[in-house]
Write a protein that binds this ligand. Structure first.
Ligand SMILES: [Zn+2]
Length: 433
């Protein structure tokens, strides 16, 4: 069991020191996996990789682990005896079959420490009151993680979870939270509701928004239209945080808002190209994580399926840990249209810059082996605009012309805010996998 307290300030140390600590924790972690995880015991033996004196360079000798590997042989990943498991969750079922993940008491302490490091970097302190709009139950880990982190800081947690807009409004009126954690599009709806209820979000107690699950910043680290709207409507600082149930290691933006800091005592991050090779720092590829010092379901080189890039330059906040850019897309969502690779987010961004577009979603299906068929569904505020005009504007931004269909706003809303999904769903993938 590792006590993380001595590592509280490691991100401010020089790179050499960070590397030394990270490598010694990696050695312990790789050994733990080899000795306790049936899956890794087999995998390492088959690949002929010794975990003795593991180094950050030699880590790449270990084969990658995918979400599908865990789904296929879930129990073989559990590395702690049942008497030490204290919490069991499912990873979100957005891709494939949900995965069962088990945490030990140590893992929950590690999670609390991880969120404390992250939330503190946004300036949250013990006098803050933090409204959590993400659920604590239904076998999700996110709400629990933010609750543990908030407690660990000594701030007050306000656990309203998936409450109604009315109940969150009442809480903002009575408990005057200074921070709200939630999905950005929900935070936007909440501001509109507050305003309609006679509370001006700008004058409200809320000073910080911690955004999860949807991007608020683009690849240039500038706010996306959604991020800009949130900042304006709340007059609050908007921060993005990224993690997954499998990796329980967060990348959270600091007050400088220029990428999410890696906590190097908690994870090793790699960015890989389609062939599984490391890309140059700054280049875009799949985020692969080795979360350190996890007991219940330890992982080595886990492919997150998320696409981003690393930022190496020192941050003005004084931390020297490497940073992760915004998640640009999921690997499975990348679209090939007439020879051009597109991210769903680029199409969404182009749409959001057309003032008459009120709402939109994207539908992708298999056309032929070389190209996907892309249909953009939009609701517009001006009936003079037809689908052709929107398609042409999109072509000028994206270089390729998707098919556009104009539909009534309520039809589009029913699709996006379906109760079947946890988050607004603006991307429907009908391609054969
Ligand atoms: Zn920073």
């Amino acid at each position: 069991m590792i006590n993380f307290s001595p590592y509280r300030d490691i991100e401010f140390a020089d790179r050499k020191h960070i590397r030394k600590i990270q490598e010694s924790l990696l050695q312990k972690h790789a050994r733990y996996c080899a000795e306790n995880s049936p899956f890794y015991n087999r995998l390492l033996e088959k690949a002929g990789v010794s975990v003795d004196d593991m180094t950050l360079e030699r880590l790449t000798d270990i084969p990658l682990t995918s979400k599908e590997d865990i789904g296929t042989d879930n129990d073989a990943f559990i590395a702690a005896p049942s008497e030490r498991i204290v919490d069991i969750v499912f990873s979100s079922g957005t891709t494939g079959v949900p995965t069962k993940i088990a945490y030990t008491e140590h893992d929950l302490r590690r999670l609390a420490y991880n969120e404390r490091q992250s939330l503190e970097s946004t300036g949250i302190g013990s006098t803050d009151r933090v409204l959590l709009t993400c659920t604590m139950d239904r076998c999700f880990v996110a709400g629990l993680a933010y609750f543990l982190g908030t407690r660990s800081i000594g701030a007050a947690a306000v656990r309203n979870g998936h409450g109604t807009l009315e109940s969150h409004t009442e809480i903002i009126r009575r408990i005057v939270p200074t921070v709200v954690i939630g999905v950005p599009s929900f935070l936007l709806k909440l501001a509109v509701h507050l305003d309609a209820s006679g509370i001006d979000p700008v004058g409200s107690s809320v000073q910080k928004l911690i955004c999860i699950g949807e991007p608020v910043r683009g690849s240039d680290l500038q706010p996306l239209p959604l991020g800009r709207k949130l900042k304006e409507i709340w007059d609050a600082d908007v921060y993005s945080t990224y993690a997954s149930s499998e990796t329980v290691s967060t990348f959270c933006e600091c007050t400088e808002e220029n990428g999410g800091h890696l906590h190097p005592e908690l994870a090793v991050v790699e960015i890989l190209d389609e062939g599984g090779q490391k890309v140059e720092t700054g280049e875009t590829g799949e985020v692969v994580l080795t979360p350190l010092a996890v007991e219940g379901m330890p992982l080595l080189r886990f492919r997150t399926g998320d696409i981003s890039f690393l930022i190496e330059e020192a941050c003005a906040c004084g931390r020297r840990s490497i940073r992760l850019g915004p998640i640009l897309t999921r690997k499975k969502q990348m679209i090939k249209l007439k020879g051009t690779t597109l991210y769903p987010q680029s199409i969404a961004l182009a749409l959001e810059e057309i003032p008459v577009v009120k709402e939109h979603f994207l539908e992708v299906s298999s056309d032929n082996t070389l190209s996907d068929a892309v249909t953009v569904h939009v609701a517009v505020s001006d009936s003079d605009w037809d689908a052709g005009r929107i398609a042409e504007l999109l072509q000028s931004r994206l270089r390729v012309k998707p098919r556009v269909i104009i539909e009534p706003l309520d039809v589009i809303h029913n699709q996006i805010f379906s109760p079947r999904y946890r988050k607004p769903m603006r991307f429907i993938d009908r391609r054969e996998s």
